[in-house]
Design a binder for this molecule. Sequence first.
Ligand SMILES: [Zn+2]
Length: 271
Amino acid sequence: MYFIDTHTHIDMLKKLTPEEAVARSESEGVKYIINVGSSLQGSRKSVEFAGKFSNVFASVGVHPHYVRNFGNKEIEILESLLRSNPDTTDKNNRKRNAKVVAVGETGFDFYRNLSPGTDMVKSFRAQIELALKYDVPVIIHDRDAHSQTLEVIKKYTGNSNFRAVIHCFSGDTNFAMQCLDLGLYISFTGVITFPNAKSVLETVEKVPIERLFIETDAPFLAPQIVRGKENYPGYVRYVAEKIAEIKNLSIEEVADITSKNAEKFFSLNQS
Ligand SMILES: [Zn+2]
């Protein structure tokens, strides 16, 4: 049995070094970690870790918090990261770094509203288009922006290269069903272990396990049982445990199925 933390930021950990975080996660049964870029600096770090640790993969992107004045220059930097140390050729003969497995996180955050909405839309579309160009999936951040997220996504769902996951899913079951109908995947964090997580639990129950991923979003959102501690990828097992409890499955089943889902979606076994 092993787990995959499909969304984490080990570059933001304060208590553990990246080396310690990776080693401890491995001893907790975490086979792969996807380190997700939320800024240009974070994206560079993700690619650096993917080069350094055999079990770490990278996603490159800029979080909606940081997209004020996002434009061509930022896309060029993300593209250069996708193409760094190229060792894979995609079906369009485009070379990229095989360990950069996604673009994101990108999307909308109307909870904190740190960037103008127009910049969020523009950067979201540009990052989706970059993902399509390199045939990699998109990791979507959606906070208080379900209808706006759907509006953008619907422009791309006709494209056969378009694959996306809504990370740290916070919507209700109705929104989850709309996302599933559009072919998206849904990823849950330690939020599902919080005492006030009633509505998201119903969503966990309804979403088929074949369409789910697990993640920590560390260093944020430590699961309830380790609340107050710094979150890290080793705690992803608590997310799996909660899903097992809700869906009446064994933790082994949840680990196996969610790991297979993630390996396939992010093409983790090809590099
Ligand atoms: Zn994140």
